[in-house]
Design a protein around this ligand. Structure first.
Ligand code: GAR
Length: 196
């Protein structure tokens, strides 16, 4: 069985979308893929309870317990490696990971970002898209490299920006698409078609 480890920091709705797809489409039997664990850098992350409700192992590594970014990255890598994952999925994981961490998981580390990369890497993507007068926004699943929000694009989805949109309204519209493209990217990573 191939194994996925998912990293979250918050509500974990993207993680939940992947879990739902894995359960609904029976990835363990049909793809030989299972979700081994969900790890969070925030003890309060709402997604932890969701993962537990689905019988998935969870673990918290609070970044505030570590003196340096490198020390946190090392501890996180050790926690991840205990599950020997074939794929590590960043799903709303809001810590920048160092070059050594990224190199360790090269080719098996995915991220989702709430913009149409290469536009608007970094934070506050929806505010920036609105301020720029964009008519379209969206989300991107990409391979992670040591440059933040840069890496081979695997999936994208586009949504319209509607007149009077607030950042929250735009974020919610983009998020519904994230929940479609992230499971699709994970399926594809393991060689499966969308119509599984
Ligand atoms: C999602 O919109 C995701 O794209 C974004 O955080 C949100 C997490 O939601 N990620 C980033 O901004 C990464 N830089 P979720 O916890 O409900 O999946």
């Amino acid at each position: 069985m191939k194994r996925i480890v998912i990293l979250i920091s918050g509500g974990g709705s993207n993680m939940a979308a992947i879990v739902r797809a894995a359960e609904g489409e029976d990835w363990p039997r049909r793809l030989g893929v299972g979700i081994a664990a969900v790890l969070s850098n925030r003890p309060q992350a709402g997604g932890l309870a969701t993962a537990q409700a689905h019988g998935i192992a969870t673990q918290v590594l609070d970044h505030r317990d570590f003196a340096t970014r490198e020390a946190f990255d090392d501890a996180l890598a050790r926690a991840i490696d205990a599950y020997a994952p074939d794929l590590v999925v960043l799903a709303g994981f809001m810590r920048i990971l160092g070059a050594a961490f990224v190199a360790r998981y090269a080719g098996r580390l995915l991220n989702i970002h709430p913009s149409l990369l290469p536009a608007f890497p970094g934070l506050h993507t929806h505010e920036r898209a609105l301020a720029a007068g964009c008519r379209f926004a969206g989300a991107t699943v990409h391979q992670v490299t040591s440059e933040v929000d840069v890496g081979t694009i695997l999936e994208q989805a586009v949504v319209p920006v509607l007149p009077g949109d607030t950042p929250e309204q735009l974020a919610a519209r983009v998020l519904t698409q994230e929940h479609l493209i992230y499971p699709r990217a994970v399926r594809s990573f393991f060689g499966a078609e969308s119509g599984l």
